[in-house]
Design a protein around this ligand. Structure first.
Ligand code: F6R
Length: 240
């Protein structure tokens, strides 16, 4: 996994967006997966702008959700669905059949995992995946200790993830479980982009780079992929 450092967040996002644009321009019906959370917000904006300017056409692209908090849906501010739709899908003119996203309100999470696994079997492998890094090194909701054999699965969220989650919600929410693509599916992606921004990510970024690949820190596992790049702004790279 090669590390690339950019002076600031906007330049970082432009570069990550370029990866997605290049992928879609080479393969218009590509399967793209972009994390929710704060890190990719600038990438969403750059991609929306690129489509407006005619530099990319997402009309044949398939989009796959990475993960979701169990119990939260589109009307819950801070859910992955709410964030990704608000900042990205609502701003592109996508058809419903272009999107496969976990339903966090499902009454049957196992069946929801099977539904998304079936979709990936039909449309996968993922052509380009853009990932953030959790404060504990999680990737999607693959928490420390996650199995490398996992496809879609229900996760008991780590205490760090539960504590960090308050930043997304405007009212206190009890999030104890998530639903996520597994490490097996993520590592099978043809092009993996891991991105991190800001001072609070400097320590986990340094661990990701310096620690041997291990399920103890899932972000280190991205180093084992065929094609993975780590994109950072200078502050996130400050402990390297
Ligand atoms: C979100 C996701 C998480 C985040 C990670 C970083 O869909 O999969 O793994 O990417 O927790 O979150 P932010 O970007 O908010 O710092």
């Amino acid at each position: 996994m090669k590390t690339h450092i950019f002076p600031d967040y906007p330049q970082l996002c432009q570069r990550v967006a370029k990866n997605v644009i290049d992928c879609v321009n080479a393969k218009p019906h590509a399967l793209i997966c972009i994390a929710g959370g704060d890190t990719p917000l600038g990438v969403f904006a750059a991609l929306v702008e690129a489509q407006k300017q005619g530099r990319v056409d997402f009309s044949r692209t398939q989009f796959l959700g990475l993960d979701e908090w169990l119990g939260l849906g589109k009307d819950d501010k801070g859910s992955c669905r709410e964030m990704v739709w608000q900042h990205f899908f609502d701003k592109l003119t996508l058809r419903g059949e272009q999107i496969c996203f976990f339903d966090g309100l499902t009454a049957n999470p196992q069946a929801e995992c099977q539904r998304v696994d079936r979709y990936i079997e039909q449309h996968g492998p993922i052509d380009c995946i853009v990932l953030g890094i959790g404060m504990n090194g999680h990737i999607g909701f693959n928490e420390p200790g996650a199995s490398l054999d996992n496809t879609c699965h229900v996760v008991d969220l780590d205490s760090v993830t539960q504590a960090v989650s308050v930043k997304y919600f405007d009212t206190p929410r009890e999030v104890k479980q998530g639903i996520s693509l597994g490490l097996k599916t993520i590592l099978a992606a043809k092009n993996i982009v891991v991105m991190a921004s800001g001072e609070n990510k400097a320590a986990i970024v340094a661990q990701t780079v310096n620690h041997p690949a291990s399920t103890d820190i899932p972000s280190t596992l991205m180093k084992t992929a065929q094609q993975a790049n780590l994109y950072l702004d200078e502050v996130a790279a400050s402990a390297l």
